[in-house]
Each structure stands twice: as structure tokens, then as C-alpha cells.
Design a protein around this ligand. Structure first.
Ligand code: BTN
Length: 264
């Protein structure tokens, strides 16, 4: 069923969220939010899609977004901060989802920088994109995809994907879930605006099972490194320590557990 916007609003508390704009079918809510003329969009607007025909994932992947079975939406923010803090908004998006699904008693795991996992399968993800006017950020679009009521996935996704319904064994109400995610986002975004980055990072690290684990990271510039995850910086970078005790920061990359380190 379609998400009932009136129902979402009834569940929502006072927060930074302005208008909820629903479209039954879109290519991608991120694409739409990025392309809208500035006069038609303001901070706190949310673009929601009933389905996405060209949903985008990180690293140029597609994001499977079948009609009415998930939450596919983008939150628009206009932070008066420097570009280097944008990655924190992805962390905020993932944390907001992770905490909202805790309310329905699902304990998921955050995988840096944008994955919400359950039993190592992906239940949700975040893709943040921005539009700039030269040196200024015009808007950041925090795109969130959450697998809610799918009963199955296409074969190529089956091994790595899961929905809330598959976890709980029952249909999940999307309105309350979306309201909770938006409320959480507002709370974390307020911390962000106040420069309280360490509070955000502290909450994130509590939900991140890779902390203190040996991992392999394929960074965005093609480097591969093995090491232990020791921290996340206040800019959202992952901090890895190698066997010689040397620490390195990564702003983007694909992380996986180093299986060799588990053998003894
Ligand atoms: C990922 O895990 O790779 C990120 C997935 C992000 C998907 C969401 S769905 C709503 C928004 N619109 C998009 O096209 N992508 C994001």
C-alpha cells in the first residue's frame, strides 16, 4: 500500500521537517531533489517515492525500489557548513534508520559509512549527494532506502538483502516508521548544526560491530589496506590502524571483515 502522508504527519513530533512531497513513481528521489529549482525546495523538505524506476545506490550501483514495498525518500538540508562535514549527514541518515527500527525491536548493525545490516544482509542504505553553487553548498540530499515489506528479492540480491517483514514475519506499518526516522534525523541534524559532532559519532560507534575488528578497506582512490577499525573522526572518516600502529583516515571506501584474521 501507498504510504499515507497524513498518517506520517500525525505520528511526527515537532522538528525540522517541512513539506512531505509524495510522488507515486519517480526515477530516483535523489535525482528529483537535486534537480528541483531552488525556489521550489527548502531545508526540511522530503521527497518520497512510491517506487523508483532508477533508484541509485552508492558506487554507481542500482537500488532496487519496488512499488510500495519499501521507504524510498530523500531529505533536503541546506547546512551552512563546509563541504568536509557532508559525510556526517550520511552517518546521521543511517543512524536515524537504525534507531527507528529498534523501536520495532529489530537490532541492526551499522556498517560504515552508509549501510544498515541485519545478519550481514542489507536492510537499508543511504546515499548523500549535493548540489553546489561554486564554493557554496546549495543543498544536500540525504537519500534513504529501507526494505520494509518485501517477501523476497530478485535472485541476484537474495544473498545480501533482507526486509523488515522478512525479519519480523509480519507486515510493517510504513507511516510510523517514516515518522520515527524523520524525528530521529531532526534530532541528529540539530546536533550537527550545533557542532556537536562527537555526540553523533558516539551514538554511531555504539551500533557499529566493526569497531575494533580487523578489516580490509578498498578506498575510493583504489588503495587497499588491512587494519583494525579504531575510530570514526568528527568529520565522519573511518580511522584504521595497521599492524605497525600507523593510523590512516578514510573518507570513502568499501569495508569488509578480514576473514584471515578470524583464523587461529
Ligand atoms: C546504498 O546503500 O548504496 C545507498 C542506497 C540509497 C537508496 C536511496 S532510495 C531513496 C534515494 N533515492 C535514490 O535513488 N537512492 C536513495
Amino acid at each position: 500500500m501507498k504510504v499515507d502522508i497524513k498518517g506520517v504527519k500525525e505520528y511526527m513530533n515537532n522538528n525540522i521537517i517541512e513539506e512531505l512531497k509524495y510522488f507515486d513513481s519517480v526515477t530516483s528521489t535523489n535525482e528529483l531533489a537535486l534537480n528541483m529549482v531552488s525556489s521550489k525546495i527548502q531545508e526540511g523538505d522530503v521527497i518520497i517515492g512510491g517506487e523508483q524506476t532508477k533508484g541509485r545506490g552508492r558506487l554507481k550501483r542500482n537500488w532496487y525500489s519496488p512499488q510500495y514495498l519499501g521507504l524510498w525518500f530523500s531529505i533536503i538540508v541546506k547546512p551552512a557548513k563546509d563541504f568536509e562535514r557532508i559525510p556526517l549527514l550520511t552517518l546521521i541518515g543511517a543512524l536515524s534508520v537504525q534507531q527507528a527500527i529498534k523501536n520495532i525491536k529489530i537490532n541492526s548493525d551499522l556498517k560504515w559509512p552508509n549501510d544498515i545490516l541485519y545478519n550481514n544482509k542489507k536492510v537499508g542504505g543511504v546515499l548523500s549527494q549535493f548540489r553546489s553553487d561554486g564554493s557554496e553548498i546549495d543543498r544536500v540530499v540525504v537519500g534513504i532506502g529501507l526494505n520494509v515489506n518485501q517477501r523476497e528479492f530478485p535472485e541476484e540480491l537474495q544473498d545480501n538483502s533482507i526486509s523488515l517483514r522478512m525479519i519480523k514475519g509480519t507486515v510493517i506499518e510504513k507511516e510510523k516508521l517514516l515518522a520515527d526516522i524523520l524525528d530521529n534525523f531532526s534530532d541528529f541534524y540539530k546536533l550537527f548544526k550545533d557542532g556537536e559532532y562527537s555526540k553523533i559519532i558516539c551514538s554511531w560507534k555504539k551500533e557499529m560491530s566493526m569497531l575494533n575488528k580487523q578489516i580490509i578497506i578498498n578506498s575510493s582512490n583504489g588503495n587497499k589496506m588491512k587494519g583494525k577499525v579504531v575510530d570514526i573522526s568528527n568529520k565522519g572518516e573511518l580511522i584504521i590502524e595497521n599492524t605497525k600502529g600507523v593510523k590512516q583516515k578514510f573518507i570513502a571506501g568499501d569495508v569488509s571483515i578480514d576473514k584471515n584474521s578470524l583464523r587461529f
